[in-house]
Design a protein around this ligand. Structure first.
Ligand code: ADP
Length: 749
């Protein structure tokens, strides 16, 4: 009892949690309360609390867990419970609004779907403890009518500044050019009064009186359909399928306006794939609604995080734009979710709790009975099949806005038009870029690999520079002079001699990255203004914006970029896109390699000719006969997807079947092998389910962890989540072994 009291005392002083109310009286009515903790525990734990606390499901509480006091969320309450007195007691309760019922249902649903303990999902929901207390405040000082004592010139200056705009003590003193003691004295005489201002004020409300852009007829019809689905106030999924530059953003902005206007408490979430895109799109949101949407992604500060979370939880934040994790915010009245670039691979999280945010967005919309718009120029096969089956409404935009037309796409067969030895650009590509520059236009070379060269080899002994404890080559980065592992982030200076044979200066660079393409482009176009656009040269939103602005303003002649250039940018003077190595993404035998290559390359090609000048895209490939390449050159997306769909259907692969992956990993290879064999033996038998493995993962060692994989394929009607949960239940693994389950995997490495 003593220990418990000491503990609760320290907890009660945590911001946001109330002091413990009077001691539990012996005859007080007790409720039984189940609390879910944001920890990998299998289920909520039971506690008791006085009925007078009136705890509700969703309340944030502190409760003892082992030796600690831990924050959790009330999952259920039984008010008249006979045996509650034997349970441990809840220590305190936060003042914050309870976690909405829909958020709790989403946690339970998702935990089952992705096969993880619900506490792991809750941890993604309760991201900021600070958000549970009201906003911290700071003091500013404003003038009152009272002025007593001597009015010195110093005091008069402070009063005049405070009358212009109240400020903090230091601020007023600085503005008036006096010491802070003058401000203090004025406060003591009552001439100034203190006002507490919240550090995290509510966000400005979206201004719904602003008009949108005038839409063309096709856009208008699409916007009407989207608005109609918002007005149904029920689960209404729509695929907004429009070619690049057709105005999908303009169209969904109108659906957002409709959702916000028809219900003053409605909240809207827009998921965007990457910060690069976020920046460009956010500016357009700001234009449309007079204020920036609330942002949520991994790069926001702790303070922005607590403010956003609190404001969403209180229902005051109305328009939220975020990365995939924004889906877990505690929305009270989410009426519309937009998933922009719904095919984008960044919606899939592979680490920790593995999930596909686009699929979860649809599930969340279904749970909450709200509209959901999936927007893309190159929809995923999953989404297109749903639209064709009539599960999603299919809204199309087939023309670019204004006079812009889709670029001509031409394949360059590298077997015929080979670049010179040690070069990467074929003469055709170089000529096309030179022509664009001669017309005063811009060129883009697309090379989806960072750094200078993907492999560094000793020419004396053949040694390949490899990442330590990881099966991955080190990539040379010339600017930083380092060899970098793109998988783990490990880096080291490029050694002067080979670590194996000690030969000095014996390394050769094999293959190209953006830096190497840049080297070649600089030799070919010595007078051009050339820049690289990759996650190395644009590491944050500001740097991305700066490069995008320079390109849009015509301050760059040739841009050399990785996939960061593919997303949503409008470069009116860009008319030539050259894809240096179109085959990069086809290697590795990934289920979606063709689909993803097609999506990425048509996005990249779509950067050309977005304004009044026609554009062209030249695609270098050794596989011009590949379906993805043919479709690209013929703008035959649907033909490509139909062929892709037929292939997947024949093999029972997604979306015609289900997949789940298991990765078993650990530091000791024999233990990992043994665990994999045991796991394989315990696989349940079920109709319509194939279990393949165990096999060494293609990346069989990462950071010293040996990895073995299983792949499970199931017919569409099979509950693959239940199968995986049953399998996991059957095995007890050594404590050094980690077991990861990935339902609907996108990575097979
Ligand atoms: P998408 O998202 O389909 O690629 P966007 O919405 O980004 O297309 O539109 C492409 C470009 O055309 C943008 O610069 C956008 O501002 C412009 N645009 C599209 N529709 C209109 C319109 N109705 N009025 C004015 N500009 C438009």
């Amino acid at each position: 009892m003593r220990a418990a009291r000491r503990r609760s005392h320290s907890i009660a002083s945590l911001p946001g949690f109330e002091e413990e109310p009077s001691d539990f009286a012996h005859d007080a009515q007790l409720s039984k309360v189940a609390v879910l903790f944001p920890l990998p525990l299998p289920e909520p734990f039971d506690y008791c609390a006085p009925a007078a606390w009136a705890l509700q499901p969703g309340d944030h509480v502190i409760a003892p867990l082992g030796p600690r006091s831990v924050r959790g969320v009330v999952w259920s309450v039984e008010t008249e419970s006979a045996n509650a007195a034997n349970l441990k007691r809840i220590e305190s309760k936060a003042q914050a609004a309870p976690l909405p019922e829909i958020s709790r249902r989403f946690v339970d649903w998702m935990a089952k779907y992705v096969v993880t303990p619900p506490g792991n999902v809750l941890r993604m929901v309760v991201r900021s403890t600070e958000a549970l207390s009201p906003s911290p405040t700071y003091a500013v000082y404003a003038p009152t009518e009272m002025m007593s004592g001597a009015v010195t010139p110093a005091r008069a200056r402070v009063m005049s500044e405070a009358a212009k705009e109240p400020g903090t003590g230091a601020d007023l003193a600085r503005r008036a050019g006096v010491s802070s003691s003058v401000v203090k004295a004025l406060l003591e005489t009552g001439a100034l009064t203190r006002i507490d201002v919240p550090e995290d004020p509510p966000y400005p409300a979206p201004d719904l009186s602003l008009p949108g852009n005038a839409l063309n007829a096709q856009q208008d019809a699409a916007a009407e359909m989207l608005k109609e689905s918002v007005r149904t106030d029920a689960f209404a999924p729509v695929l907004l399928d429009g070619i690049t530059g057709s105005g999908k953003t303009e169209v969904y902005l109108e659906a957002i306006a409709e959702a916000l206007a028809r219900d003053p408490s409605a909240q809207v979430l827009v998921l965007l794939p990457e910060i690069a895109l976020t920046q460009a799109v956010l500016a357009r949101f700001e234009q449309r609604f007079g204020s920036r949407p609330v942002e949520w992604h991994s790069a926001i500060t702790q303070k922005a995080r607590r403010r956003a979370w609190r404001e969403v939880n209180e229902g005051r934040a109305r328009l939220i734009a975020g990365a995939r994790s924004a889906l877990f915010l505690p929305f009270r009245n989410l009426r519309l979710i937009v998933v922009d670039e719904e095919h984008d691979p960044s919606y899939k999280q592979d680490d920790g709790v593995a999930y596909q945010a686009r699929d979860l967005a649809v599930a969340r919309a279904k749970l909450g009975g709200c509209a959901v718009v999936l927007a893309s120029a190159t929809p995923s096969l999953e989404t297109l099949v749903n639209a064709q089956a009539g599960k999603y409404r299919h809204v199309k935009l087939t023309a670019r806005h204004g006079v812009a037309v889709l670029p001509d796409v031409e394949l360059i067969d590298l077997k015929i038009h080979a670049p010179d030895r040690g070069r990467w650009l074929s003469p055709k590509l170089v000529t096309a870029a030179a022509e664009a520059l001669a017309r005063g236009e811009q060129a883009l070379f697309y090379m989806n690999r960072r750094g200078y060269a993907p492999l560094t080899l000793c020419r004396a002994c053949g040694h390949r520079m490899q990442s330590p404890d990881t099966q991955s080559w080190l990539v040379e980065h010339k600017y930083s002079g380092r060899l970098v592992c793109h998988l783990t982030g490990f880096s080291m200076p490029k050694p002067k001699e080979c670590p194996t044979c000690m030969a000095p200066d014996s390394f050769v660079a094999i293959g190209p990255g953006v830096e190497r393409v840049e080297e070649e482009v600089r030799q070919l176009f010595p007078h051009a203004r050339i820049e690289i656009f990759s996650s190395d040269t644009a590491q944050n939103g500001d740097q991305v914006r700066a490069i995008v602005d320079r390109m849009a303003q015509g301050e760059i002649d040739i841009l050399i970029g990785t996939q960061i250039v593919a997303k949503g940018h409008n470069f009116p003077r860009l008319t030539m896109v050259g894809v240096v190595d179109a085959d990069l993404g086809l290697k590795g035998g990934d289920l979606r390699a063709g689909e993803r290559t097609y999506q990425l390359l048509s996005q990249v090609a779509g950067r050309a000719g977005r304004a009044d000048r026609p554009g062209r895209a030249l695609v270098q490939t050794y596989a011009p006969e590949h379906d993805a390449m043919i479709a690209l050159s013929k703008h035959d997306r649907d033909g490509f997807l139909a062929a892709e769909a037929a292939g997947r259907e024949a093999m029972g692969m997604p979306p015609y079947g289900r997949l789940a992956a298991v990765i078993i990993s650990g530091p000791d290879e024999p233990t990992v092998n043994y665990a994999a064999i045991v796991m394989g033996e315990k696989a349940p038998q079920a109709d319509g389910v194939d279990v393949w493995g165990p096999a060494p993962a293609p990346l069989s060692i990462i950071r010293g962890q040996h990895r073995r994989r299983f792949l499970v394929r199931a017919d569409r009607g099979v509950d693959i989540s239940a199968f995986m949960a049953a399998w996991r239940e059957r095995v007890k693994l050594h404590s050094s072994i980690r077991l990861q389950i990935d339902v609907d995997p996108y990575s097979f490495l």
